[in-house]
Design a protein around this ligand. Sequence first.
Ligand code: HEM
Length: 414
Amino acid sequence: MAMPASTEGEAYDPFEAFDRAQGAGAVRDPYSAWAELRARAPVQEVSVSELFDLGDDVEIPDDVPPTYQVLSYEGVSQVLRDGQTFSSQFYAATMGTVMGHSILEMDEPEHHHYRSLIQQAFTRKALERWETELVRPVVDSHIDDFAERGHADLVRELTFPFPVRVIAGMLGLPEDDLPQFHRWAVELISIGFDMERGMAASQSLRDYFAGILEQRRRDPAGDVISVLGQAELDGQRLTDEEIFAFLRLLLPAGAETTYRSSSNLLFGLLTHPDQLDALRADRSLLPQAIEEGLRWEPPLTGIARFAVKDAAVDGVTIPAGSVVSVCMGAADRDPAKWDRPDEFDILRPMQQHTAFALGPHMCLGMHLARMETTVALNALLDRLPNLRLDPEAHDVHITGQTFRAPRSLPVLFG
Ligand code: HEM
């Protein structure tokens, strides 16, 4: 596959670029402020600059609709399950500009129809094949690079790069295209920071995928692009633009979230060595450890909806025309639902959390995300004896308001 010439030097480092783009407005602990707000009122009107931690130098236009933030578990659950009242069309004016008309911004019945078509590429059989043929080899190849060294930064050397490689593999992209693909992926998700670059990456990805889609239609294989090119429901097929929108969404939806959730879980375990020991001794605890990591420190703490009619949530009326900020980060630490909500405890009784959302838009990739994290954690525990946080490392912590992860996880082993 011919790739367009690179616009920057050979030394381009996707992690550096990504990290730079994340620089603004990093918040260490959004949870105490949410807890205070929730205790005052679980649903409240908020200003956009407060919500996104924009700082004083960002000008907010006057015509921004009223915004309500929902912070309780019950409230978040109600909003997410009621797609008729709380529409996903909010994303059309925001993310839609760079992604195209993707599943994220669709309401019923369009959403259901489209999701049924997409789901044909995410079967249990496909997941099993990806696990053995793709995820394990990708994870192992990253660990090979540092297993003999006795120390590593698990974010830079494993959790950041591996999910992008998994997605590239699911799409059947040639190995040689990976550096360019990774660059576009980072530029696309850095849209809030550099709009022009984000739009250019969106167009480049479209052109790149167009060539591949044409080729896979002629000569289908077992990859996601081939399946989407042929998927059919009630005699209808996906249009090319619908396929491109989905493929673009896969990068932020599937790579950025999984990188952050696996980093956050590792942070929880490494900073609670007794729980890491318990997991090492009994791997059957891994599924509940993964869910606890997602509850305690979700990679994505909030999503948004648009109220199409007046609705009461937690006794507060949200007027039609409002933006609704749905705070999963607060919901999953609601003391009405969880005992000792701020504590990371892989042994706590499992309950439904909201990190993957709930209702019609509940994450399509959650089984894949769980499988990827399972493979990565098992490989680390199998291959790196006595894995522990580097005691010399300075102030390792999770950061971010809406997207959260540690910047680095310096570890020792052996
Ligand atoms: C731990 C990792 C992940 C988390 C926490 C997560 C979280 C979420 C959330 C909260 C939503 C709902 C968004 C909304 O309605 O506004 C969502 C939707 C979605 N996710 Fe994930 N996700 C993860 C991994 C993945 C992966 C690996 C994929 C790759 C296939 C993926 C694909 C999607 C898609 C396609 C949707 C849209 C579903 C729809 O609108 O019907 N996600 N995810």
